[in-house]
Design a protein around this ligand. Structure first.
Ligand code: GRF
Length: 193
């Protein structure tokens, strides 16, 4: 379990690539008095990510990096140090962090994935789940290591797939659970609840 020092909130960076509903959820979570985190930085590899609007709306610092080169990695690590970030929450972030980045970042990195890992790692989870006629799907929050969607699992939520389930209904159903699960998993990491 990670320790929460005194009453200070954990300075957190959220990495996004798209819509940012998980980002919005984490920002709103961070505003609660008993939340262990404060969102100090929003990072995106995509300058057109819709989620970046939340940085403006909530007046949170945002940075855009291409994540393609070693030098961009060095810049990101530097920025994380400047902002004293000790937790990174990946939230719909579509890049794979390099082993070097993971090794050099001294804090904790979490990810949320829209499947019941270890099943359906990678992209297009909902589509594959429906094609395979699965009865259940869900979401997972896990620690990030250098293998894709393979770090130690913190928490999972299971959802039942109905007979009429479509890609978009499943996505919506799982996303709703993701928002609850990310909060719960962060509390578990920092408060061991
Ligand atoms: C979520 O389903 C997340 O688990 C996956 O991509 C989606 C991102 O949604 N990796 P959002 O950008 O947080 O709305």
């Amino acid at each position: 379990m990670a320790k929460l020092i005194g009453s200070k909130k954990i300075r957190t960076a959220v990495f996004i690539s798209g819509t940012g509903s998980n980002l919005k959820n984490l920002i709103q979570f961070s505003f609660l008095n008993d939340s262990p985190i404060k969102i100090s930085l929003i990072v995106s590899n995509n300058k057109r990510a819709k989620g970046l609007d939340f940085a403006d709306r909530y007046k949170i610092k945002k940075k855009i990096y291409d994540f393609n080169t070693k030098s961009s990695e060095v810049l990101i690590l530097k920025q994380l140090e400047i902002d004293k970030i000790s937790l990174i929450c990946l939230a719909g972030f579509m890049r794979i962090l390099s082993p070097n980045f993971i090794k050099r970042f001294k804090g904790i990195i979490l990810n949320i994935h829209p499947s019941l890992l270890p099943k359906y790692k990678g992209l297009n989870t909902h589509k594959r789940v429906i094609q395979n006629n699965e009865k259940y799907s869900g979401c997972t929050v896990h620690y990030v290591n250098s293998r894709l969607d393979s770090g130690k699992i913190i928490l999972q939520t299971k959802v039942k797939i109905s007979k009429k389930e479509t890609f978009s209904s499943l996505k919506k159903k799982v996303l709703k659970q993701e928002h609850l699960l990310y909060r719960k998993a962060i509390r578990k990491v920092f408060f061991s609840l």
